[in-house]
Structures are given as structure tokens and as C-alpha cells.
Design a protein around this ligand. Structure first.
Ligand code: RIB
Length: 334
């Protein structure tokens, strides 16, 4: 038995046609050939177990059928769901997804961008903000490489983008706490928040004005837990956690401090990741259509690849308040 790799040459030899004919037929351009020739080539491919070499194929057709996706933090389930949406569409269209986790590190992100470019991906989906506009310019715009931005990466009018309505999200979270009678409120979010998250804060402020505490925390459970001492030393009764992970961290820290949700603190999260329905009490949160955001981004990117000169598309998807058990009327209010 030999380990020799089967090549297109072997398929051509076995089917008695030229390499060019095999290449055309296996790349889907079979309409110029007789059904008999197509059949012979397909039969030889099957008999030899021939797998086309995608790198070699790329040299010829200038397409790799791969898409690079840059996310800031794969440990956050939000990005897992986002990726499922992206992959669902790409898989259906016979593209392979290459996931790069930037871990919120701009150097790593730039390196990934360059590497993906060298590997000849057909397009990029960028959900991470660490990458500088300069790197995007150098690696993508100037080279006319198709890409789309979403979530933490700001759209600047020079690319396609998928957004979700962060302003309304912040506003409905605030309105809910206000309707429950909470006068003293806090928003827990990173000090150096990305634009989408700052827009949520702006939406929240549109109801509460400047009458609120802003508590710094990373977008994680650990961040939420670390924010608890500041919550405890304040007079707040209503808390807007800028993502669900922060809310879960708050749950943990507040429980350790002997506090009860929603009796002592009402908490509204953001994202509506799966776990939100499984914690106790179930988390009231602003639901983003995460799967749909991913699907839409992949769809738009494929359209851009097919029509490089079409006008930029920017799609804004709606959010909604998912009422559960982590919020309640302020005691003196009810
Ligand atoms: O949980 C991750 C958060 O960061 C989400 O709210 C998402 O929108 C992202 O920006």
C-alpha cells in the first residue's frame, strides 16, 4: 500500500481526459462537457477517493471558500451564539469558517488579520474592536478585501455593518427600572467601553439623566463579582448590567454578601444568553437577536463578495425586554 497523495493528474489519467477538463468539471463548470465525460470524471474521483487540494485550487480560481471571523472573547457565550449564526449560513453556502479569538488584544487581532489575508480567505467578519482602523485600512480596504463589521466594531460608513438597537436597549432597561419605582440606579460596564456599549449607556441616560452611578467592570462574571463592593457601598436598588455575564457575577457577589435579588436589588442584564433563563432568579434582560445578527452578517458578506461594487449596507436589528424574575417593584413604591 502506498501513501502517495492522489492528485488531479491521477483522476485525469483514470478517466482518460485532460487535467483541464477534470479541473473544470470538479469546479462546477460541467455544462460544456458531455454527460458521459462528466460521469467518467466523477466516477474516477470517487474510485480514487480524490480530495481537491484547496490551496492549489485557490491558485487557480482565486477563491478559498473560507471566511475569517474575528471575535473578542470566545469564553462569552454571546460570541458562541453569534458564531453559530454565522456558520449556519456559511456552511449552507459551502464556505468554511475560520475562527480567531482576539482575546481583546489588538496586536493579536492585527496578526490574525494579516495571517488570514495571507491564507487567502474570501472575506472577513469583524466583531472585535481591538483592531485599529489603520490595520483595517492597510489589510482590507486598500487591498479591496471584502469585510463586514458588527457588534463591538464600529461601522464607519465605509463597510457593510450589522447593528443591534443598543440605544433602545439601554432605554427600555431604564424605563423598566423606573416603572418599578427605582430612583437610585447603577449601570455596571467597562470604563473604556466600546461604542455599542456606550450607546446602551446613552439610552439608559435618556431616562435617568445623570442621576445614576456608573460602576466599572470588565464584561465578565469576574467583572460583575468585583463590582459588588461598590454596589454595596452605594444607595442603589436598581442595577443595569451591560451584559448578562456581568449580571451573573453580581448575582454571585451579592449572594455571598447575604443580599437577595430582587428583594434587595433589581437587576436587568443584556444579551439574553441561554443561561439567563437557568439562573435563580431567572434574569430579566434585554434580548439581542444574537443568532440573527450572525446570520445577517454572513449573508451580507456573501452578497458583498458576489457584488463588490454595490452600495454599503447597514442593517439595524431590534432588541426587546425579556421579563423574568430578577426585577421587582421598590418596596416603598409598591
Ligand atoms: O456579552 C458581550 C457583550 O459585548 C454583548 O453585549 C455584545 O453586544 C458585546 O458587545
Amino acid at each position: 500500500m502506498t501513501n502517495k497523495k492522489i492528485t488531479i493528474k491521477d483522476v485525469a489519467k483514470q478517466s482518460g481526459v485532460s487535467i483541464a477538463t477534470v479541473s473544470q468539471i470538479l469546479n462546477g463548470n460541467d455544462d460544456k462537457f458531455s454527460p458521459k465525460t462528466v460521469e467518467k470524471v466523477i466516477a474516477a474521483k470517487k474510485a480514487l477517493n480524490y480530495e481537491p487540494d484547496y490551496f492549489a485550487r485557490r491558485m487557480i480560481v482565486k477563491k478559498s471558500k473560507t471566511i475569517g471571523v474575528l471575535v473578542p472573547d470566545i469564553t462569552n457565550p454571546f460570541f458562541g451564539t453569534l458564531l453559530s449564526g454565522i456558520e449556519k449560513i456559511l456552511y449552507r453556502e459551502n464556505f468554511v469558517t475560520i475562527l480567531c479569538n482576539a482575546d481583546s488584544d489588538d496586536q493579536r487581532e492585527s496578526a490574525y488579520l494579516e495571517e488570514l489575508s495571507r491564507r487567502g480567505v474570501d472575506g472577513f467578519i469583524i466583531a472585535s474592536s481591538a483592531i485599529s482602523n489603520e490595520a483595517i485600512n492597510q489589510n482590507l480596504r486598500q487591498k479591496n478585501r471584502p469585510f463586514i463589521v458588527l457588534d463591538q466594531k464600529k461601522a464607519e460608513g465605509f463597510s457593510d455593518a450589522v447593528l443591534s438597537d443598543d440605544f433602545t436597549g439601554g432605554k427600555i432597561a431604564a424605563q423598566h427600572l423606573k416603572d418599578l419605582g427605582h430612583q437610585q440606579v447603577a449601570v455596571v460596564l467597562p470604563k473604556t467601553a466600546t461604542e455599542n456599549i456606550q450607546t446602551r449607556l446613552a439610552g439608559f441616560r435618556s431616562i435617568y439623566g445623570t442621576n445614576l452611578e456608573v460602576i466599572d467592570a470588565s464584561l465578565s462574571k469576574i467583572g460583575g463579582q468585583a463590582a459588588v463592593p461598590k454596589v454595596l457601598s452605594s444607595k442603589v436598588t436598581g442595577i443595569f448590567a451591560i451584559n448578562d455575564e456581568i449580571a451573573f457575577g453580581l448575582y454571585y457577589g451579592l449572594k455571598e454578601a447575604g443580599k437577595k435579588i430582587p428583594d434587595d436589588y433589581s437587576i436587568v442584564g443584556y444579551d439574553n444568553i441561554d443561561m439567563a433563563a437557568y439562573v435563580t432568579p431567572e434574569l430579566t434582560t434585554v434580548a439581542q437577536p444574537v443568532l440573527k445578527i450572525g446570520e445577517t452578517a454572513a449573508q451580507l458578506l456573501l452578497e458583498r463578495i458576489a457584488q463588490p461594487d454595490k452600495a454599503w449596507d447597514e442593517i439595524m436589528l431590534p432588541v426587546q425586554l425579556k421579563l423574568r424574575k430578577s426585577t421587582a417593584p421598590l418596596k416603598s413604591f409598591s
